[in-house]
Design a protein around this ligand. Structure first.
Ligand code: GDP
Ligand code: K
Ligand code: MG
Length: 298
């Protein structure tokens, strides 16, 4: 068998609300949704999912600014969107076959005018229309941007998505696998959430609490579509460290929780309830068997 080259890159998913971006991503990524914090920081965008096969890895990112109205906030978002677009390798612009092109699309198209990377027009929900109608639907968009290709799909039924993925993979540069496949698990968020809490502990307590801190995320429960309840233990070696982390009247722990929650909400795009406890486990660092349990995998 020949040694195939590995293709990888970052792909932005753009489109008006309800055109089926999440459905498409879920279909593509399936169970393998992974959310990593380090890239979220460099792109200032939410990683929505990572698609990994033997010969490719595609990191899908959200571009929150594109559909926002023109406000001060919108301007800010716009700047981060544009800087994020500079880092991506391709754009999937998703429209719905059962909706007419609207002002939201004009806004997006306008933003994509200066984008140099290949843009694919993904016409979703083709299961809702007769094939005869497709040319008219596509006609509303096809000259608006120099699309690399126009791909009709049904994210709900999975129609033609393989075609889209194959094309996309070929378009992406030869590159590394950015994320190990084994970080993709039932709870891919777990490790990242622990890292975010740990980061706040270090930021806020400085050298008072050295590296003898482990974070144990004990539960992540999605209550409904938009709310996630997270419980975590902050594990230290000595009672004095516990005191520092809790702080006067619990103020330090409260601050750690607030800041970590903000980051986690940004990461997940959901409302988060974060409950933190501090536990003393003397000498946990020496007990190497416990390290993995406490999520300390450096
Ligand atoms: P998003 O706002 O762009 O992320 O859109 P969603 O993925 O949340 O989808 C919005 C609605 O469209 C949901 O009710 C989906 O079930 C539905 N939807 C998404 N893709 C398709 C499709 O291919 N066909 C049909 N019939 N409905 C779809
Ligand atoms: K939605
Ligand atoms: Mg969505």
């Amino acid at each position: 068998m020949e040694n195939k080259e590995f293709h990888s890159g970052f792909v932005a998913l753009i489109g008006r609300p309800n055109v089926g971006k999440s459905t498409l991503l879920n279909y593509i990524v399936g169970q393998k949704v992974a959310i990593m914090s380090n890239v979220a920081q460099t792109t200032r965008n939410k990683i929505q999912g990572i698609y990994t096969t033997d010969d490719a890895q595609i990191v899908f990112i959200d571009t929150p600014g594109v559909h926002k109205p023109r406000t001060k906030l919108g301007d800010f978002m716009e700047r981060s969107t544009m800087s994020a677009l500079a880092e991506i390798d391709a754009v999937l612009y998703v429209v719905a076959a059962d909706e007419k092109r609207g002002p939201g699309d004009d806004y997006i198209i306008n933003h994509l005018k200066d984008v140099k990377q290949p843009i694919y027009l993904v016409v979703n929900k083709i299961d809702t229309v007769h094939p005869n109608e497709l040319p008219t639907i596509v006609g509303q968009y096809k000259d608006a941007l120099p699309f690399k290709d126009i791909v009709p799909v049904s994210a709900l039924q999975g129609n033609n998505i393989n075609t889209l993925m194959n094309e996309l993979v070929q378009e992406l540069p030869v590159g590394p696998q950015y994320y190990p496949s084994d970080q993709i698990s039932d709870h891919p968020e777990r490790f990242v959430i622990a890292e975010m809490i740990r980061e706040k502990v270090f930021q806020l307590t400085r050298e008072e609490v050295p590296h003898s801190v482990a974070i144990d995320v004990t539960s992540i429960k999605r209550e409904d579509n938009e709310t996630v309840h997270i419980n975590a233990n902050i594990i230290v070696e000595r009672p004095g460290q516990k005191g520092i982390i809790i702080g006067k009247k619990g103020q330090m722990l409260k601050k750690i929780g607030q800041m970590a929650r903000r980051d986690i909400e940004h990461l997940l795009g959901d409302h988060v309830y974060l409950q933190l406890w501090v536990k003393v486990v003397p000498g946990w660092r020496d007990k190497s068997a416990m390290l993995k349990d406490y999520g300390y995998r450096k």
